[in-house]
Design a protein. Structure first.
Length: 574
């Protein structure tokens, strides 16, 4: 395949490169140093979420250069562009976190607009931090041009006085510091050593969870999502992805051929098996929506319920992403799940082969203890559990990986914002046995559905992680541990039951049976709803206001548009 033989008549770039009427367009490409041959080749968008906001994204521009070399070596013409990232670790614990979920859709929208505006034929997308991964995959499925996803890689673990540490330890150290169990000097020493390299947070938090999904769902090359950001092999994966995208153009193999209902089930399976982030239950439905597939929180929870928990990864376990990669990578995890019947092996992937074919040469490594065999799991059901009850008719979700006790009952202590709850936690103005309720932090009510890591980590650092529970219509970081239930729906802002709770109402949580209920009768909830009044948010304009006008329920993925269900013409077919 080369510029002389490749037929552009079916590719989007024909609209900007072919025919006498496109002479003005071609003149722009000559101005940038392209040759006639390069203009006549397929155009491949190389999109990155590079910025200087955090270590998650800092290596993406370098990796993009390797992708471009791979594209060029296979007779394609790479066109690099950047989009935004809001990095949760920096946004956490203040108003900035309201930008995080909003950024997912802005990333998808901006990649879509750049690809559409310039007529690119294929997409290689590189992402590093939490929302940038699903945002990039959403764009791929929306555009439906041949696409390959590349994760920027995880950070290496730090070392603090002889033990490995991650950013989770720093957040929890804030809680230890607040109760006098850590000095100012110790906290400063920890913060200086916890993050020693480029890369996204190293444990099975949201970034690594979504990276694991990228391989399981078939949009990333095998092993590519596991290699830490500083490892030189990352550039090899990037160059190979650049070469491989040209094969996908030739085969016309598209994301919606890959992201099927079975592939989504595979993705949910690896989340549960790895004790991944609860945010996956928000992002998988959003990716599915771009493909015209109904796949909501309850579908995700059903997969979680039947999947064994087998990867001993932080925050509930002992290891980080680097350890998983060196033990055999995500294919090791997928291989044992496939062998024991938990994965659909016939799903096609960006290799052009099926999951089963990709796994055929993977051998079990019995010299490691990062991943257990699916026939000998850590626990027989997944590390993430869906809940439902009169407090959550539209569902809720909790990560149970590493939790000894999965039942909790106690009186509600209600807060109408994360800030109010965090202030109470810092001042120790709560009691053991209480269920802390943070509401009006949902997709619409926040707006933006903030993560609560600052609050949950402070509780854990105070030694109260298993002595109180916390429920919210907002989200939790993948780094959260303890009895913390998120995505409670309907959210308070639309009159959901969580907004009708009063201090002292008894709340019962049962992650074994999958229930979340309040000891409040239907009649009493009805009386309270009559007296309930909707609240205005602090946002009357701007991107966060705009998000709040269109966003739907967390159950469906906090969607802001109809996805492929409302599509008239797919970009790839224009």
């Amino acid at each position: 395949m080369d510029a002389k033989t490749f037929d552009k008549s079916r590719l989007p770039s024909r609209h900007v490169t072919v025919g006498p009427q496109r002479a003005p367009h071609r003149s722009y490409y000559y101005a940038m140093g392209l040759t006639r041959e390069q203009i006549n080749q397929p155009f491949v968008g190389v999109a990155t979420c590079w910025n200087e906001a955090a270590p998650c994204n800092i290596a993406l521009m370098r990796q993009a250069q390797a992708v471009k070399k791979g594209v060029a070596s296979a007779n394609g013409t790479p066109r690099e562009f950047c989009t935004i990232t809001v990095t949760d670790g920096i946004a956490m614990g203040h108003e900035g976190m309201k930008s995080s979920l909003v950024s997912r859709d802005v990333i998808a929208d901006s990649v879509e607009l750049t690809m559409r505006g310039h007529g690119y034929d294929a997409l290689v997308g590189l992402a590093g931090c939490d929302k940038s991964l699903p945002g990039m995959m959403m764009a791929m499925c929306r555009l439906n041009v041949p696409s390959i996803f590349i994760y920027g890689g995880s950070i290496l673990p730090g070392r603090f006085r002889g033990r490995e540490v991650t950013i989770q330890d720093v957040f929890e150290a804030v809680g230890q510091h607040s109760v006098g169990n850590m000095s100012d000097d110790d906290l400063e020493e920890l913060e200086q050593v916890a993050c020693p390299s480029a890369g996204a947070c190293g444990a099975q938090f949201t970034a690594n969870t979504m990276a694991t999904i990228s391989e399981a769902i078939g949009l990333a090359l095998p092993y590519s999502a596991g290699a830490p950001a500083p490892y030189e092999i990352r550039d090899q994966f990037c160059a190979l992805s650049g070469e491989k995208i040209m094969d996908l153009i030739a085969q016309n193999l598209r994301p919606r051929d890959i992201v099927t209902p079975d592939a989504l089930e595979n993705a949910a399976t690896v989340v549960a098996a790895s004790g991944g982030s609860t945010n996956a239950a928000l992002h998988l439905p959003a990716i599915a929506n771009e493909c015209g597939i109904k796949f909501d929180l309850f579908d995700v929870a059903q997969i979680f319920k039947r999947t064994p928990y087998i990867a001993d990864l932080k925050p509930g376990g002992r290891y980080v992403a680097k350890d998983l990669f060196e033990a055999g990578g995500i294919p090791l995890l997928m291989k044992t799940l496939l062998d024991e019947g938990y994965l659909h092996g016939d799903c096609i992937t960006v290799t052009g082969r099926t999951i089963a074919e990709n796994m055929a040469s993977v051998r079990w490594n019995d010299q490691q203890d990062v991943v257990r065999s699916a026939s000998d799991p850590i626990t027989p059901t997944g590390g993430v559990v869906g809940l439902k009850g009169n407090l959550a008719p539209e569902g809720a979700i909790v990560k149970v990986a590493g939790m000894a006790n999965q039942k909790f009952t106690g009186p509600a202590r209600c807060f109408d914002s994360e800030d109010a709850c965090f202030a109470a936690v810092r001042a120790r103005e709560y009691k053991e046995g209480e269920v802390l309720v943070i509401r009006y932090e949902g997709p619409k009510g926040g707006p933006g559905m903030r993560e609560m890591l600052a609050t949950t980590a402070a509780l854990y650092g105070q030694g109260m992680g298993d002595k109180v529970a916390l429920i919210t219509d907002g989200r939790f970081s993948g780094a959260t541990r303890g009895f913390c239930i998120g995505h409670v729906g309907p959210e308070a802002a639309v009159g959901g039951p969580i907004g009708l709770l009063k201090d002292g109402d008894i709340i019962a949580i049962d992650a074994v049976e999958g229930t979340l209920s309040a000891e409040v009768s239907d009649e009493e909830f009805a009386r309270r709803r009559e007296a309930w009044q909707p609240r205005e948010t602090d946002y009357g304009s701007g991107a966060i206001w705009k998000f709040a006008q269109t966003v739907g329920s967390a159950k469906d993925g906090a969607l802001t548009h109809p996805g492929a269900f409302g599509e008239k013409t797919c970009y790839a077919d224009l």
